[in-house]
Design a protein around this ligand. Structure first.
Ligand code: NDP
Length: 454
């Protein structure tokens, strides 16, 4: 099969564009890149070819619209991307193992699930400890930091550092110490036997002596009418990726945490007015962010809608978001009250014109692949780990499986705390692997001695 003509429309400072290119690069695919930033004609061409979608990247294979990074990685997950890229006959372009569960399943001492800051730090430590780590990158390679503009609170960078740059530096550091990376998503872990069996959604299979779950968390959505149709057509979970596409429009940010503040602040660069809708009176965000947003309110760039929830998004894929329907009640949580007869008629329902909507309502941990392993999780899917006074703090209740970063920590959720947990998990895994090796050696010696006695 010959390689098809692959085209990628990108924009500057676009983490999903980088991820799409990384995925194509990892498969050795050549592509033409068209950077739409500052080029109105090229941007219009992209929107027309992408059937009205205004998000970057937009990827085309032999003129067929694939869509954005999510669509590209969904094809990869379904095991269909290689065929589309003309790689199917040559086997796995990334050089990973075959997937039939046969003898060619590759064994690794340590598999790290996730390539955010926790996974990267674990990979650096595990590489230095000669544990030969294989990092399965997950569906957001580089993790949430790649969606952040400036990281200003990571020690060592008094001027701040961009999230993607910080992650790229960490990856280079991990690779320097021997960590390997595979672009893929873990579907299941079988912990019934040892070594663990790790199956990827693209069909690749590994066995592993130990696993560090550092697979982070994904952006939450609301499930309101209009959401499915308009995601990518004016609705986004990443202001830094897509904000510039809606220049001079009014924009709505939903949420009341640091992410909502940061996104609203960032969007003032492009928006006519940014509306920030939060479901209750008090913000969850740090004072630092609240102060910055209040300054923007004083400047007339941001308008805050407290006790307000998004009920519906109106628009079309051809023309994008047109307006939203919002609910408001002075005591907060208007959606719950709207359905409650006790508050009959008290909830205000109103429409509001905006050209784009950005969700910033937190994240859900990516831990589905550990279901059935016996690893303890709470109702939301966060992993339980040992904690406590001594070492072994990142151990789950399944020996050999460790947890680090946002899959465990829903409280601190900072780059530095995730990195710290990543290093702990690598050290805990190292200790466990050493003890396992000792036990195996003892077991082998006892077996040999037993056979000699026979
Ligand atoms: P948070 O969980 O902190 O905040 C989520 C917000 O979304 C809350 O205000 C919550 O409302 C609201 N929300 C959740 N579900 C819904 C819903 N169904 N409908 C309406 N609103 C909803 O998440 P963030 O992503 O903001 O932050 C996560 C972590 O990352 C935090 O630790 C934060 O400090 C950190 N962070 C730091 C940044 C920085 O300093 N540069 C930038 C971004 C994040 P409610 O408050 O009522 O629960």
């Amino acid at each position: 099969m010959s390689q098809p003509h692959v085209e990628v429309y990108t924009k500057e400072n676009c983490s999903y564009c980088e991820k799409a290119k990384d995925l194509l690069d990892s498969k050795g695919i050549e592509y033409e890149e068209y950077i739409v930033t500052g080029d109105e004609a090229l941007f219009e061409e992209m929107v027309e070819r992408a059937k009205g979608r205004k998000t970057a990247p937009e990827i085309f294979v032999d003129d067929e619209l694939i869509g954005g990074y999510d669509d590209l990685s969904a094809l990869e997950e379904a095991g269909e991307l290689d065929a589309k890229l003309g790689l199917a006959e040559t086997g796995d372009a990334a050089g990973a193992v075959a997937a039939d569960g046969g003898d060619d399943v590759e064994h690794r001492r340590l598999v790290i699930a996730g390539s955010g800051i926790a996974g990267m730090t674990a990979a650096i430590y595990a590489g230095r400890a000669n544990n030969d780590p294989l990092v399965i990158e997950g569906d957001e390679p580089g993790g949430q930091l790649t969606l952040t503009t400036d990281v200003e609170n990571y020690p060592g960078f008094p001027e701040g550092i961009s999230g993607p740059e910080l992650i790229n530096e960490m990856r280079a550091q991990a690779e320097k110490f021997g960590a390997e990376f595979e672009n893929g998503i873990i579907e299941t872990v079988d912990a019934d036997d040892r070594p663990f069996r790790v199956e990827l959604t693209n069909g690749d299979v590994y066995t592993a002596d130990a696993i560090i779950a550092a697979s982070g968390a994904s952006a939450r959505t609301l499930g309101v009418p209009g959401e499915d149709d308009l995601m990518g057509y004016g609705l986004s979970t990443c202001a830094t990726c897509d904000g510039a596409f809606f220049r001079d429009e009014d924009m709505l940010v939903v949420g009341g945490g640091d992410a909502a503040m940061e996104e609203a602040h960032f969007l003032t660069k492009f928006a006519d007015t940014v509306y920030l809708a939060h479901r209750r009176e008090e913000f969850r965000a740090e004072d630092y962010w609240i102060d910055r947003i209040e300054k923007k309110v004083e400047d007339g760039d941001v308008e805050i809608m407290r006790n307000t929830e998004l009920a519906e998004i109106h628009g079309s894929q051809a023309d994008g978001v047109d307006h939203v329907t919002l609910l408001r009640h002075p005591d907060g949580h208007p959606k719950d009250k709207f359905d409650d007869p006790e508050f009959d008629g008290e909830v205000e329902v109103f429409d509001h014109d905006v050209g784009a909507v950005f969700y910033a309502i937190g994240h859900t941990p990516n831990t589905d692949y550990l279901e059935g392993t016996g690893v303890e999780m709470d109702d939301a899917g966060y992993l339980g780990v040992a904690g406590g006074f001594e070492g072994g703090q990142t151990a789950t209740d399944v020996e050999g499986i460790f947890g680090a970063g946002d899959v465990v920590d829903f409280h601190y959720q900072q780059a530095i705390t995730a990195g710290g947990m990543g290093s702990k998990a690598a050290m805990d895994a190292d200790e466990w692997l050493e003890n396992e090796a000792d036990l195996t050696a003892t077991g082998e010696a006892e077996t040999a001695a037993g056979q000699a006695d026979d």
